[in-house]
Design a protein around this ligand. Sequence first.
Ligand SMILES: Nc1ncnc2c1ncn2[C@@H]1O[C@H](COP(=O)(O)OP(=O)(O)OP(=O)(O)O)[C@@H](O)[C@H]1O
Ligand SMILES: [Mg+2]
Length: 145
Amino acid sequence: MIEMTGISKAFSCNQVLKNVSFSLEKGEIHALMGENGAGKSTMMKVLTGIHKRDAGKIAVKGKEVDFSSPKEAEKAGIAVIHQELNILPHLSIAENLFLRKEETVGKTNILRTKSMNIKTKKMLAELGLDVNPSSPASELSVGKQ
Ligand SMILES: Nc1ncnc2c1ncn2[C@@H]1O[C@H](COP(=O)(O)OP(=O)(O)OP(=O)(O)O)[C@@H](O)[C@H]1O
Ligand SMILES: [Mg+2]
């Protein structure tokens, strides 16, 4: 599904990744482990196009890819939830979930708030979360955020 081969990445003279390979099949769960500064986040940032790799190849479903932004990676089904919380606390739960993917009426900028709230409610219910999609995201506990 996702195959990273021979990835290398240095930040000036700090060689963080040296010929690292990692592959992931559909449905698999892996733990990427290493001490602080080992390069785990860098590896994921290389995958999603935040950092340009110095060497190596990335393939998704057998096809070589070269994402230039996380948005491009997301279109291919690859999303990373970073450990640092980066929600917008004053926006609603639904507004956070639909950030940059807002549903609008036709080609206008009018938001389809009701529809997004219903979809949010449904998506979160699948995860076992019973929340009010229109309440501010800041009202959620850190775990739920
Ligand atoms: N944008 C950057 N510019 C320069 N150096 C960086 C940058 N990002 C990370 N580094 C360096 O790369 C190395 C790997 O950092 P990285 O964040 O990938 O580690 P990590 O394994 O995710 O650590 P942690 O467990 O603390 O999250 C560290 O030495 C770090 O200082
Ligand atoms: Mg990290």
